[in-house]
Design a binder for this molecule. Structure first.
Ligand SMILES: NC(=O)c1ccc[n+]([C@@H]2O[C@H](COP(=O)([O-])OP(=O)(O)OC[C@H]3O[C@@H](n4cnc5c(N)ncnc54)[C@H](OP(=O)(O)O)[C@@H]3O)[C@@H](O)[C@H]2O)c1
Length: 260
């Protein structure tokens, strides 16, 4: 399917690895010029080369910065002042008992997973209104709908972002701009593998045992692949998806147990 977005320009935050990288690759394969981002310059440049090799006809720019800082966000906007597509992504706060979270760490978590994407939406929205085209995708988490004890800060901040943008998405829907959230369950990325390693150490089990148990808890009996995630993101950015807005798209292999 031609997604109708060839030649468009996208900023994909936190995209040197994992789900963000998969979104960037799928967009580039569909002809979108992409601005990649990550803090580790070496990893970021390797990803840039990988995407360039796979998609020689698009422009691939890489901005090494921390997207949680205003300076970092300014660098991204300088690299792509009027994006047609914005994919909001960032690291997430680590697993922690909520009692251990002091005021500063709570504010830091809200800054990463709620304020940062809102600031970027504010920066890009007027340019999208002028062009009468915009696609914004936020990577949140299944934990917005299904509590994960220990990820309370991440869940709370992402739920805050979801509620904040629910109204915003309706306010600009008539400008051919959509804002949607993708909620990953368990995807096979570095982040998931780090969680498996820590859990294996904690329980004195092998990583394979922990990973198998996690995968078996999912109705589809496997982790999601970054490619599946990236392709969904690219579709939400397509011309054809112009009537999907303000939605929370669960990609979780059936993990969230609900009829609706
Ligand atoms: N994988 C899953 O199953 C899953 C499930 C639910 C939610 N999520 C959420 O989805 C998001 C992506 O997860 P993932 O699995 O793709 O993680 P990942 O494999 O660890 O990749 C994270 C990416 O974000 C970049 N990054 C992290 N913090 C950054 C910052 N402050 N500024 C710029 N770039 C930053 C990393 O590069 P650098 O480290 O070099 O900066 C890397 O490219 C996270 O928020 C995660 O909590 C993932």
């Amino acid at each position: 399917m031609d997604l109708g977005i060839r030649g468009k320009n996208a900023i994909i935050c936190a995209s040197s690895r994992g789900l963000g990288k998969a979104c960037a690759l799928s967009l580039a394969i569909n002809g979108v010029n992409v601005v990649l981002n990550g803090r580790d310059e070496k990893v970021l440049n390797n990803t840039k080369n990988e995407i360039l090799d796979a998609t020689p006809n698009v422009k691939v720019n890489a901005v090494a910065c921390d997207v949680s800082t205003q300076e970092g966000r300014n660098m991204l906007m300088e690299a792509c002042p009027s994006p047609d597509i914005l994919v909001n992504n960032n690291g997430g706060p680590p697993f922690r008992d909520f009692r251990e979270l002091d005021r500063d760490s709570i504010i830091e978590g809200v800054d990463m997973n709620m304020i940062t994407p809102i600031e970027l939406v504010k920066s890009v929205i007027d340019g999208m209104i002028e062009k009468n085209f915009g696609r914004i995708v936020n990577i949140t988490s299944v934990s917005v709908k299904r509590p994960v004890v220990g990820l309370d800060l991440s869940s709370g901040a992402r739920a805050g972002l979801t509620a904040f943008l629910a109204g915003v998405s309706r306010s600009i829907a008539d400008k051919n701009i959509t804002i949607n959230n993708i909620l990953p369950g368990f995807f096979d990325t570095d982040r998931l593998r780090q969680g498996v390693t820590s859990m294996a150490k904690m329980n004195s089990e092998s990583e394979n045992v922990v990973a198998d148990r996690m995968a078996n808890s999912i109705p589809s009996k496997r982790f999601g692949t970054p490619h599946e995630f990236g392709e969904t993101c690219a579709y939400l950015c397509s011309v054809q998806a112009g009537y999907i807005t303000g939605q929370n798209i669960l990609l979780d292999g059936g993990l969230f147990d609900s009829s609706f």
